[in-house]
Design a protein around this ligand. Structure first.
Ligand SMILES: [Zn+2]
Ligand SMILES: [Zn+2]
Length: 493
C-alpha cells in the first residue's frame, strides 16, 4: 500500500506493559497451540516463554487492575492470569457502520469502537454511508480527525464510489486514496449501473489499488421488501426480496471484475447462487473476495418470527395477524435466507470461497426498530456477539474448527492491504483474551454500542472476550478480566 496518509487511525493511548501468565496461545497462521507466558512491553510482544517461566519478581506492589488507575512501579508490569484462557490474534472487521457524522444518536466512533474492542476486534473498517456520506476529501478529513480523538481501536475508512451514493458520478477516487482510504463502497446502495462500476474499475486500475466493496442488490427486484421472498413471506404477508436481487448483481459484477482485471469485494453474501458465482469467478482467476456475516451464517428467515417465552421478549415484536409476532432485530439487508443458503455460506467459509467474516454492525435507535416489521429499518448490531455467536453455533457443535474461525475473523485485514495480526515476538500486541468455557446471555450486562438492536440478544452464548489489546494498548477489559489481573502482582521484569 503506497499511501501518503496512514490507513488506520486511533485516539492517543498508552502502550501496554503486561505479563499474561500461563495462557493458551492459539494462532493458526503461526502454528501456535500451546500454553505460554507472554510478555508485552511498550505495546509489543516482547517475549514468549514456557508457562510459569517468565519471572514475576517480588512484590513491587499491587497490580493496576483497571480500578484505581495506579501505574505500576518503574520496571514493573501488570500480571494477568491466563490459566484456562486462550489468547487469539485480535479479530478484524472489514464492515461496520459507526454512524458518524450525522447519526450519533445511533452510534459514534467512541461507542462503536468500544463495541469492537468488547467483541475482541483489534481494528475495523467504517462504511461511508453516513449523513452526509463520505464522498469528498474534506468529509474524509472530518471522520479521520474524529477517529484520531475517539477511536479505541484503529479504524480504516472506505469512501463512497459515487457522489451522494447516487450511483451516477464517481467521487474523486484519486484524492480520497491519497488521503488514506482503503477502498470504496456505496454500501447501503448498489452501484446499479454497470457502466458506472466499469468506470470505477478503470479508475482503480489507474490508481493501482483501492478495493471496490459492493453491496449487491437490484432495486427493481428488492422493491422495498422486508424479508426473503418465499413461502414464509407469503404466509406472513410481508413484502419479499427474491435472492436474485443479490445473486444476479454478484454474477454481473464478478464478470465485470474479470473482464476489467479489477479487484472487487462482495459484501454480506446471503444465498446459494451468490456463493456459486463467487466460486466460479475465483476459479476463472478473477480478483474477487467475499465476506459473510454471523447472522447469515447462523440464522434463517424463520428467525423473523419472534421466539417464545424461552428468551426475553423480542423488542419491536408485533402481531402480524397471520404468523404471530415478528422480531425487527431480525430485519436486515440482505435479508436472512433459507437453511440451504445458510449451509452454503458456512461451506463457502470453510472452503475459502468466502474469505472472511464481517459483522455489518448496523446500529439503529430503539424507537425505529419498534416500528412495524415492514417499516422498521434494516440492520443488526454485531460486534459484541460475533465471536461468541460463531463459536457457539459453529465451533462447539463441530461444524468448523476454532482455527478456521480465527483465520476467517482476521483475514479481512489482508483483503484491504493491511497486515494480519500475528502472535509472535516483536509483533505489535493485537490480541484478544477469551474464556471459551464462559457462558453468558447476550445483552445481559448491557452493550458498549449505543444501540441494542442485536439479533442475538437474549441468546445463551459460549466464549467470552475478557481483554483486548489493539495497536499495543488495552482497548477493553471485562470486570472479570480486571479481577483476573488483580489476582496477579505488579513485578519487576
Ligand atoms: Zn450493505
Ligand atoms: Zn453495511
Amino acid at each position: 500500500v503506497s499511501l501518503r496518509s496512514p490507513a488506520l487511525v486511533h485516539a492517543p493511548h498508552r502502550s501496554a506493559d503486561l505479563l499474561l501468565r500461563d495462557v493458551h496461545l492459539f494462532d493458526p497462521r503461526v502454528g501456535l497451540d500451546a500454553r505460554h507466558d507472554v510478555l508485552v512491553r511498550a505495546g509489543r510482544i516482547a517475549e514468549l516463554a514456557a508457562p510459569g517461566t517468565l519471572p514475576v519478581g517480588g512484590g513491587v506492589g499491587p497490580a493496576v487492575a483497571g480500578a484505581g488507575g495506579r501505574a505500576p512501579a518503574d520496571g514493573a508490569v501488570e500480571v494477568v492470569e491466563g490459566r484456562g484462557r486462550h489468547l487469539l490474534p485480535a479479530f478484524f472487521d472489514p464492515h461496520v457502520h459507526l454512524r458518524s457524522p450525522g447519526q450519533e444518536h445511533r452510534e459514534d466512533i467512541d461507542s462503536g469502537t468500544r463495541a469492537a474492542a468488547a467483541g475482541g476486534f483489534g481494528a475495523v473498517i467504517a462504511m461511508p454511508n453516513t449523513d452526509p456520506p463520505i464522498d469528498s476529501p474534506a468529509l474524509l478529513d472530518v471522520v479521520r480527525e474524529t477517529a484520531a480523538s475517539q477511536a479505541r481501536v484503529p479504524v480504516g475508512f472506505l469512501a463512497a464510489i459515487s457522489m451522494a451514493l447516487a450511483g451516477e458520478r464517481l467521487t474523486d477516487m484519486s484524492a480520497l486514496r491519497e488521503r488514506g482510504v482503503l477502498g470504496f463502497t456505496d454500501d447501503g446502495h448498489p452501484v446499479a449501473s454497470a457502466g458506472v462500476l466499469r468506470e470505477a474499475l478503470a479508475r482503480q486500475r489507474e490508481l493501482g489499488g483501492g478495493v471496490l466493496a459492493l453491496h449487491e442488490e437490484d432495486r427493481s427486484l428488492s422493491r422495498g421488501g422486508s424479508m426473503r421472498e418465499g413461502t414464509l413471506s407469503a404466509t406472513l404477508g410481508i413484502p419479499g426480496i427474491p435472492c436474485a436481487s443479490e445473486c444476479a448483481m454478484v454474477a454481473r459484477d464478478a464478470v465485470l471484475a474479470g473482464c476489467e482485471g479489477g479487484r472487487v469485494h462482495f459484501q454480506h453474501l446471503s444465498c446459494v447462487p451468490s456463493v456459486e458465482a463467487v466460486a466460479g469467478a475465483k476459479a476463472g482467476g478473477a480478483a474477487v473476495s467475499a465476506e459473510a456475516t454471523p447472522h447469515h451464517l447462523l440464522l434463517t428467515e424463520a428467525d423473523v418470527r419472534a421466539r417464545e417465552a424461552s428468551g426475553p421478549p423480542a423488542r419491536g415484536a408485533e402481531e402480524s395477524g397471520v404468523g404471530g409476532p415478528l422480531d425487527t432485530s431480525m430485519k436486515m439487508n440482505p435479508p436472512l435466507g433459507t437453511e440451504a443458503d445458510r449451509r452454503a455460506l458456512v461451506e463457502g467459509l470453510r472452503a475459502g470461497t468466502i474469505d472472511c467474516v464481517a459483522t455489518d454492525h448496523a446500529p439503529h435507535a430503539r424507537a425505529d426498530k419498534a416500528l412495524p416489521f415492514a417499516q422498521a429499518p434494516m440492520g443488526t448490531t454485531g460486534l459484541e456477539t460475533a465471536f461468541a455467536a460463531l463459536y457457539s453455533g459453529l465451533v462447539v457443535p463441530g461444524v468448523l474448527g476454532l482455527g478456521l474461525l480465527v483465520e476467517r475473523m482476521t483475514a479481512g485485514a489482508a483483503l484491504f492491504g493491511l497486515p494480519v495480526p500475528r502472535i509472535a515476538r516483536d509483533e505489535p500486541a493485537n490480541v484478544t483474551l477469551v474464556d471459551l468455557q464462559d457462558e453468558w446471555v447476550a445483552g445481559e450486562h448491557g452493550w458498549e454500542s449505543r444501540s441494542e438492536n442485536c439479533c442475538f440478544a437474549g441468546r445463551r452464548l459460549r466464549g467470552r472476550v475478557l481483554l483486548t489489546l489493539a495497536a499495543g494498548a488495552i482497548a477493553y477489559r471485562t470486570p472479570a478480566g480486571a479481577a483476573a489481573a488483580s489476582a496477579g502482582r505488579a513485578v519487576a521484569v
